[in-house]
Design a protein around this ligand. Sequence first.
Ligand SMILES: Cc1ncc(COP(=O)(O)O)c(C=O)c1O
Length: 388
Amino acid sequence: MKLTKNARFSTLCLHAGQEPDPSTGAIITPIYQTSTYVQDALGKHKGYEYARTQNPTREALERNIAAIESGGGDAAGFAFASGMAAIGAVMTLLKAGDHVVVSDNTYGGTFRLFDKVLTKSSLSFSYVDTADLEATERAFTPATKMLFVETPTNPIMRITDLAAAAALAKRRHARLVVDNTFASPCLQRPLEFGADLVVHSTTKYLNGHSDSIGGVVVAVGKDDIEWLRFVQNAEGAILSPFDSWLVLRGTKTLALRMAQHNASGLALAQFLDGHPKVKQVYYPGLPSHPQYALAAKQMRGFGGMLAFDLGSLEGARRLLNAVRLHSLAESLGGVETLISHPATMTHASVPADRRQALGITDGLVRISAGLEDIDDLKDDLTQALDLV
Ligand SMILES: Cc1ncc(COP(=O)(O)O)c(C=O)c1O
């Protein structure tokens, strides 16, 4: 099987990075569950010495995700034991004294890593609404070496203009890193807009089945690729062969799953938008979203993530206790619909005043729309909203 140069997205998802197993012809890349490789003679081996450094299952996944993030172009992927490990590896591109400008409502775990761990290594961070490019530029200092962006943001779905952010980073000689977890490469490919690095929690849409924790970095710069290959082995926070295999299985259906996540996300957002108990809905696919036009320009679909405000903690509590089909859980991007309360769950580690400033109110509820029948999801929300 040979992929043509212009193979399209769903074809790349299915086939990129994977060849039938050379020893048997197995169409699915096997799980190479081994710690080491027998060498033919002293100094003579098949390219594999030790499994922290090289593993064929992990390599297939890394090639696959690099191809789908870069549209089949030149990029390299590196798979890690979690999304946080992937982000941690990217931050090793910096050195003591460097400064990073970060999207202000970035994932709470990213904020915790930056604020509690990396400041100990003399990195400094400024948090700013990266949807506001002027404010973002004002946050730059002569020491700024990285712009770290999440778009859409979690949970209020602010959008950063990726082309403008890439131009700004380039002008200021900084790298643009994009956490693309919420959109997935199916909806948004930051490298096409000029980003230097993309990170993912593969735990979410890339694996898509809520049964694996993992992360990946995709890089295009030669020096960055070389460093990430070195640091992946040096720190050793690699993705296991079994998890690599699970994520490879996940990416095969990414395009199909995202089509339904898009449809269900939009249908739920429209349903909630018209409901008298709902104060506000945050979903970039609603024309009332302040950045609808930008989202439509840089995304191929608006995704399965939405949030809505019920006005009070009590309202949110009643809804969350009443839903039956929506599972109350952290995380997102799986086949099952999840519902959560950002203020006390995913964003509990963010100080209360910062949460308020970001719009993460006590009445805010987040949904990751899964693949159940949309009418069953609406019925479940209808009966739960009746109790609010
Ligand atoms: C946007 C985003 N980035 C990174 C992470 C961290 O990923 P992981 O939980 O796989 O370490 C998460 C987890 O929720 C996330 O939502």
